[in-house]
Structure formats: structure tokens, C-alpha cells
Design a protein around this ligand. Structure first.
Ligand SMILES: *[C@@H]1O[C@H](CO)[C@@H](O)[C@H](O)[C@H]1NC(C)=O
Ligand SMILES: *[C@@H]1O[C@H](CO)[C@@H](O)[C@H](O)[C@H]1NC(C)=O
Ligand SMILES: *[C@@H]1O[C@H](CO)[C@@H](O)[C@H](O)[C@H]1NC(C)=O
Ligand SMILES: *[C@@H]1O[C@H](CO)[C@@H](O)[C@H](O)[C@H]1NC(C)=O
Ligand SMILES: *[C@@H]1O[C@H](CO)[C@@H](O)[C@H](O)[C@H]1NC(C)=O
Ligand SMILES: *[C@@H]1O[C@H](CO)[C@@H](O)[C@H](O)[C@H]1NC(C)=O
Ligand SMILES: *[C@@H]1O[C@H](CO)[C@@H](O)[C@H](O)[C@H]1NC(C)=O
Ligand SMILES: *[C@@H]1O[C@H](CO)[C@@H](O)[C@H](O)[C@H]1NC(C)=O
Ligand SMILES: *[C@@H]1O[C@H](CO)[C@@H](O)[C@H](O)[C@H]1NC(C)=O
Ligand SMILES: *[C@@H]1O[C@H](CO)[C@@H](O)[C@H](O)[C@H]1NC(C)=O
Ligand SMILES: *[C@@H]1O[C@H](CO)[C@@H](O)[C@H](O)[C@H]1NC(C)=O
Ligand SMILES: *[C@@H]1O[C@H](CO)[C@@H](O)[C@H](O)[C@H]1NC(C)=O
Length: 613
């Protein structure tokens, strides 16, 4: 009798004490706690547990640490602590009868306890500014996502996780909070901007650039952090030992939760990517490939919302596949859940002092009407100018315009829009023929949405707007103009309402061929600049990234290229620098755009030096 009672009470005690710490790990509520069918049944996880004490020597911090979505007083901290490098094949349904499995001595169902602390000292000694405890299990792929609170604004911190009651610690990470919204900033704020990292196509050397130079405050990622298909179309994966996992052969695409976890985990083993996450707080959004190629709200280029399509891709519906991708993304990325009632929402904004407002859009997964799926290009071209079409969904779109107005009203010096796809018109008939010359998978396929955005900017005289874009695997720098509606002078920039900085890929191949020569690429750039009045610089050869540095009088974009991505190396070259002066709403002509000189590509009215290779 007595024995039985004690036996029964022990697990219950555990249950009541650990509940709070389960709440601490945001990933149990991921992506939204108000949608239980998408979250993890936390009470069941707690009930199932029999101990939270583990042999720490059987555990590792398998994928380093990361931080992200900084506010002025808090930041998201991330790690993974696991008995195995492998991804968990749990399926987000916590069943009472789920068989236990073991890695060494660690049962898949018993919670692993970690502590974290945040300090101002590089070696995490001295005063602890924030600390806490959190649990993780295989249900969330052993990931841990917590919010460190009570921090000071615009301050650099160092943080570390450790297995409870042990000396087993994670690497030390560095992070930085944002300034308070109404604080003025001395000096400048630097952002490194990335998109399109495709593992089999090369090493993610570009992520390491700002780490080596310690040159920015925050990292922005505009999506295509992973790719869902198996081999590089050009076969590089095998030759450089970067074959994507899981590798189930030619034609395979990731579809299950296990697949997406495994793929993201493998990408995170790239040392430069891991270093970037460890050194800088990230602010990121997804594009299409975090789910599948050219996704829209009900499908993707190779997946229709039909049973035939399901059979071809792992016998999973498009909706289920998307839910799997979204779950893995939220588990692994250091981003906040900004709206618990809108489970697909990652569009969100950040006030960075009185200097800028950063608006991060989701033009891709949230509520996009049908896009170019290759077999329907003529159709999408035909409907691209229809008023009814929406790229963002009306909820997000109205929020976006409201944010732009509010930002201007509060007097923030700049408005920076982190967006996936290229905004400016790009007539690529030189490469794609004259029948369907535009990219209908970009803003050019959603002219009504694009016009409404431009109208909002022009009519409200919203100044100092900078659009950022990824997705295209090439560099494009343009004045932001409503062509055919407002007059515009390409030589002076008069008539422009802002600028667009679109960046090349970390590794994904040039849109004009993975093995294109620099001469052929520059000839294409020349033709593209000639065919597009607002386009000032086109560069289609290099893989890389750009940095955006802002102060109250100027915004400067510095573009970098990586000549060799078939080995891990830190050799980068400066491709071009662009300045925007506050209140000019166009690229500075000093006396020409980019000072009249770029290292590669084609610069309107300027010269190409190709100085260092
Ligand atoms: C932990 O990492 C170390 C070093 O990489 C490795 O030797 C060990 O096997 C790992 N242990 C587990 C349980 O994965
Ligand atoms: C999760 O689902 C996959 C695919 O249906 C299956 O292979 C796997 O066994 C499931 N995992 C568990 C723990 O039930
Ligand atoms: C598993 O636990 C047993 C008993 O506590 C211990 O003797 C053994 O060394 C442990 N094995 C591992 C791999 O930690
Ligand atoms: C941690 O390390 C210290 C000093 O090396 C040792 O005294 C202590 O017992 C260790 N604690 C645990 C929980 O292993
Ligand atoms: C590009 O070059 C790689 C070797 O560097 C080769 O494997 C691949 O087939 C080439 N791709 C094309 C499209 O020619
Ligand atoms: C999707 O539907 C289109 C139009 O019927 C068809 O051409 C295409 O092959 C389908 N794709 C898949 C993957 O089923
Ligand atoms: C899907 O199910 C069908 C019919 O049960 C089967 O023939 C096919 O191999 C399955 N496809 C995949 C990718 O698992
Ligand atoms: C967008 O604006 C352009 C330029 O005025 C115009 O040609 C086009 O028809 C407009 N489309 C929509 C849907 O508003
Ligand atoms: C934006 O700039 C224009 C031209 O300099 C100016 O007329 C307008 O007042 C500015 N808008 C605001 C809100 O300051
Ligand atoms: C680039 O264009 C120039 C001028 O038309 C031509 O002479 C050259 O052969 C072209 N280069 C390549 C690699 O196509
Ligand atoms: C695209 O450019 C080509 C060649 O410069 C031109 O003939 C065509 O009219 C343009 N198309 C559009 C939609 O601007
Ligand atoms: C861009 O600016 C940097 C820093 O001032 C300079 O080192 C670099 O040479 C410039 N690049 C070009 C292409 O002008």
C-alpha cells in the first residue's frame, strides 16, 4: 500500500515541477499553441516522463547555438541537446502507446533539462543578467528555444546552455539587443543580407564573411535557407561531398517532418552557417524552398493539390507537407511566434531605434495566389495584371501599408523591407524570350499588389524606403519607381520613391547557368540593364551577400562575391558599393551611381574594373 502510493506520487511530482520549464521551451507550442493539432500535447509529454535526470556524458549540443528576433529587452536563444546527431522521427502526436526508444541510456520520452545564462562577459563569467531552465524531448527534435528577458537595449551579450546538474556546456554564443524605439543611435547599424543557400551547390563561405570581419550588428535572411530537392541539378553535391540528407535517390524530395528536420540539421553543420548563428542575432523569413519550389497557398511547381500529386511525393497532401516544413522551421530557427492565432504568420516588424523600422514580409507561404508553376506560365502572365490577385493576402497587405505609415509618423529615418522576391520590373526577354519576358513568380506577377504598394508610398510621400530581395540568385540594384505611372529619369533618378537592393545567392546557381563564364554573364547583365530603365546595376556571376549600413544621413550597400565555393575558404571580393542619401529616395549619383565603378556585372553609365579575382 505504502510502496504503491510512493510509486504513484513520484511521476506526479515530476509532472508538477517540470511543467513551467516545458512552457519555457517555445517549441512545444510551435507554431501556435492555440492550434493544438499543430502543437505538441504538453501534458501528455509530462505525464509520460519518469525522470529528468540524465547521464550528461551521453548528451551533446549537436548543432551549436543561435539567437534571433532581438527586441530592446529580450532575444530568442536556441540550441539542440540530444543523445544523437540524428533527427527525431517523432510525428508531433504524443501517443500513450508510443514505444520508447533509446539512444545509449537516454529514453526518447524522458525530458532533458538544460539551463541557460546570459552575461556581458565573453567567457560567461561574472554577473548573470538572465537565466532559466527548459526541457526538451524527441517530440521537438531535442531543440530548445527560450526567450531571455530583462536585457538592456543595444547591448552585446554572451550566452551559454548547460545540461542541468552537470558541467556539460554548449559553445558560447554572442548576441545583441535592439535599441529602444525612441533612442537615437550614435554611429550606424549594420545588417548582413542573405538568401538562397543550396548545400550541394557549394560551401556557405558567404555566411562567414561578416563573422571574420565582425562587420555587422544583425543578420537578415530572406529565405531559401534550405532546398527540398535532392541533388544539385549540376551534380556538384557528390564531387564536393555535400550530398543532401536524407538521400533517397534521384527525384526524391523531402516531405515528412523527419525529412525536413534532417535537411535543416545537415545544413546547420556547415561551419560558416553555424558560426554566423553563433555570432549574430538573425532575423529571418522563409521563401519557397523551405517548403517546396514555387509554392503558393495551395501547391507548388511540382505538387498540385490532387491525389496524383500526393502519391508522387511521399503520399502526403500539400497541406500536410507544408505543416511538416513549417514545424521543422519553427523548431530549428531562432524566431518568435508573433501571433499565436495565426499559425502561418512570420511577417513581423522591428523598430531599431529612431533610425529604422524593419518590416519582414511573407510574400510566399502565407496567402499567395497562384504563381508560375512552369506549365501555366502563359496563364499566369495573362492574369498578372488582374486587380483581384494577391501576393500577401489582405490581412498582411493592410498591415504592411499601416506599418509604412506608422513608421513615417513616428519619424523613423528609414524603412527597410525584408522581402523574398524582386520588386522592380525585370524584363528578361533577352534570356527568356519575348513571349513571357517577366518573372511572374516575383512582384511582376502580382501587379495589383505591387501598384497598391507604390501608390501607398507615392500618395503618402513616404520617404527613405529600401526594399531588400533575394530569391533570384543574382544582384540587381534599382531605383524604386512606378513605371508607366510616374515620370522617371534613369540618369538622375528623378521620379523615384526609394531604392531596391536585391542580392545574389549564398550558393544557388546563377539564373543563367551554374557554369556560365564571367564574360557571358556580363553580356547578359549589359542587355538586362539596357532593357530595364530603373535597373542601375546587374551582376549575375558571383555567389555572395551584401551588407547594408545605415546612419541618419546615408544608407550604404556593399556587395561581396565569392570566387570559389567548391572549398571552404574566406576569400571574398568587393563587387560594388551604393549610397543612398536621406530624403533623396533614389540611388546617389556621386557623380554616378556606385561612384561610376563596379568590379563586375554591368553598371549603367559606369565602368567595370574586374580588379581582383
Ligand atoms: C558527442 O560529441 C563527441 C565529440 O564530437 C563525440 O565523440 C560523441 O560520440 C558524441 N556523443 C553522442 C552521444 O553523440
Ligand atoms: C512518423 O511518420 C513516419 C512517416 O509516416 C513513419 O515512418 C515513422 O515511423 C513515424 N514515427 C513514429 C515515431 O511513429
Ligand atoms: C548507462 O547506464 C549504466 C547504469 O547507470 C552505466 O553503467 C553505463 O555506463 C551507461 N552507459 C552509457 C553509454 O552512458
Ligand atoms: C563539475 O566540475 C567540478 C570541477 O571540475 C566538479 O567538482 C563537479 O563535481 C562537477 N559537477 C558535476 C555535476 O559533474
Ligand atoms: C557544371 O560543372 C560541373 C563541374 O564543375 C559539372 O559537374 C556539371 O555537369 C556542369 N553543369 C552544367 C550544366 O554544365
Ligand atoms: C499539375 O497539374 C498540371 C496541369 O494539369 C500538370 O501539367 C502537372 O503535371 C501536374 N503536376 C503534378 C506534379 O502532378
Ligand atoms: C504511395 O502509395 C502508393 C499506393 O499505395 C505506392 O504505390 C507508392 O509507392 C507510394 N509512394 C511513395 C513515394 O511512397
Ligand atoms: C499597375 O500600374 C501600371 C502602370 O500604371 C498599369 O499599366 C497596370 O495596368 C496597373 N495594374 C494594376 C492591376 O493596377
Ligand atoms: C518626403 O519628401 C518630399 C520631398 O522632399 C517632401 O515633400 C515630403 O514632405 C516628405 N514626406 C514627409 C512625410 O516628410
Ligand atoms: C560578349 O559580347 C561581346 C560584344 O558583343 C562579344 O564580343 C563577346 O564575344 C561576348 N562574350 C561572350 C563570352 O559571350
Ligand atoms: C521587354 O523587352 C523587349 C526587348 O527590349 C521588348 O521588346 C518588350 O516589349 C519588353 N516587354 C515588356 C513587357 O516590357
Ligand atoms: C567598397 O567600399 C569598400 C570600403 O570602403 C572598399 O574597400 C572597396 O574597395 C569598395 N569597392 C568598390 C568596388 O568600389
Amino acid at each position: 500500500m505504502r510502496f504503491t502510493t510512493t510509486f504513484a506520487v513520484a511521476p506526479l511530482l515530476l509532472a508538477s515541477t517540470v511543467l513551467a520549464s516545458f512552457d519555457g521551451n517555445l517549441n512545444y507550442k510551435s507554431p501556435s499553441k492555440r492550434h493544438p493539432w499543430l502543437g505538441i500535447d504538453q501534458p501528455k509529454v509530462v505525464k509520460r516522463a519518469t525522470t529528468d535526470h540524465h547521464d550528461a556524458s551521453a548528451l551533446n549540443f549537436t548543432h551549436g547555438v543561435a539567437s534571433g528576433d532581438p527586441y530592446s529587452d529580450s532575444v530568442v536563444l536556441w540550441t539542440r541537446v540530444a543523445p544523437t546527431f540524428q533527427a527525431s522521427n517523432s510525428n508531433a502526436t504524443v501517443s500513450d502507446t508510443q514505444p520508447l526508444y533509446y539512444h545509449g541510456n537516454i529514453s526518447s520520452t524522458n525530458p532533458i533539462c538544460v539551463n541557460y545564462k546570459v552575461t556581458e562577459a565573453k567567457d560567461v563569467s561574472g554577473d548573470v543578467i538572465a537565466e532559466g531552465t527548459a526541457y526538451t524531448t524527441s517530440d521537438v527534435d531535442y531543440t530548445v528555444k527560450v526567450i531571455a528577458e530583462g536585457l538592456d537595449a543595444f547591448t552585446t551579450y554572451y550566452y551559454q546552455f548547460s545540461v542541468c546538474d552537470s558541467n556539460k556546456t554548449s559553445p558560447i554564443g554572442r548576441t545583441k539587443t535592439l535599441p529602444n524605439a525612441d533612442d537615437d543611435i550614435d554611429g550606424s547599424v549594420g545588417l548582413a543580407v542573405y538568401s538562397c543557400s543550396n548545400y550541394p551547390f557549394g560551401f556557405f563561405n558567404a555566411y562567414g564573411g561578416p563573422v571574420r570581419k565582425d562587420s555587422v550588428d544583425y543578420v537578415l535572411h530572406l529565405g531559401d535557407y534550405i532546398y527540398e530537392y535532392n541533388e544539385g541539378d549540376y551534380g556538384w553535391g557528390y564531387s564536393i561531398d555535400r550530398t543532401p540528407l536524407p538521400n533517397k535517390g534521384s527525384g526524391f524530395e523531402i516531405t515528412s517532418l523527419y525529412d525536413y528536420r534532417t535537411r535543416i540539421a545537415q545544413y546547420r553543420t556547415d561551419q560558416d552557417l553555424a558560426d554566423s548563428h553563433r555570432y549574430f542575432p538573425w532575423i529571418q523569413v522563409w521563401d519557397d524552398h523551405e517548403v517546396a519550389d514555387n509554392t503558393w497557398k495551395a501547391g507548388a511547381s511540382y505538387m498540385n493539390n490532387t491525389e496524383d500529386s500526393f502519391i508522387q511525393f511521399g503520399n502526403v497532401s500539400f497541406d500536410q507537407r507544408k505543416a511538416n516544413a513549417v514545424r521543422a522551421y519553427f523548431e530549428w530557427m531562432p524566431l518568435r511566434q508573433v501571433d499565436m492565432d495565426d499559425n502561418l504568420r512570420i511577417w513581423r516588424d522591428f523598430s531599431i531605434g529612431s533610425l529604422l523600422d524593419l518590416v519582414m514580409l511573407d510574400t510566399r507561404q502565407y496567402d499567395r495566389d497562384i504563381t508560375d508553376l512552369y506549365w501555366n506560365t502563359d496563364y499566369v502572365h495573362a492574369i498578372s495584371d488582374e486587380q483581384s490577385r494577391s501576393l500577401m493576402g489582405s490581412r498582411q497587405e493592410n498591415w504592411f501599408y499601416k506599418k509604412l505609415s506608422e513608421s513615417q509618423e513616428r519619424g523613423a529615418a528609414w524603412r527597410v523591407i525584408g522581402n523574398q522576391i524582386v520588386f522592380s520590373r525585370l524584363n528578361e526577354s533577352v534570356a527568356y524570350g519575348s513571349e513571357n519576358p517577366l518573372n511572374y513568380d516575383a512582384w511582376d506577377g502580382y501587379l495589383a499588389n505591387k501598384n497598391r504598394t507604390l501608390k501607398h508610398l507615392y500618395e503618402n510621400e513616404i520617404n527613405n524606403t529600401i526594399f531588400l530581395a533575394g530569391d533570384s540568385h543574382a544582384n540587381w540594384v534599382s531605383d524604386l519607381v512606378w513605371l508607366d505611372e510616374h515620370s522617371y529619369d534613369p540618369s538622375t533618378g528623378a521620379g523615384s520613391i526609394g531604392v531596391e537592393f536585391a542580392g545574389t545567392a549564398v550558393t544557388s546557381p546563377s539564373p543563367f547557368g551554374a557554369n556560365i563564364t564571367i564574360g557571358a554573364a556580363n553580356n547578359i547583365s549589359t542587355a538586362l540593364v539596357d532593357a530595364n530603365r530603373e535597373l542601375q546595376w546587374s551582376e549575375t556571376f558571383y555567389r555572395g551577400y551584401y551588407e547594408l549600413h545605415l546612419n541618419y544621413s546615408t544608407a550604404t550597400a556593399q556587395y561581396y562575391g565569392y570566387p570559389d565555393i567548391k572549398t571552404r575558404n574566406g576569400h571574398e571580393i568587393s563587387l560594388a558599393n551604393f549610397t543612398v542619401y536621406a530624403d533623396e529616395n533614389k540611388l546617389a549619383r556621386n557623380p554616378k551611381v556606385a561612384g561610376g565603378v563596379a568590379n563586375d556585372g554591368y553598371l549603367r553609365g559606369g565602368k567595370i574594373t574586374q580588379l581582383s579575382k
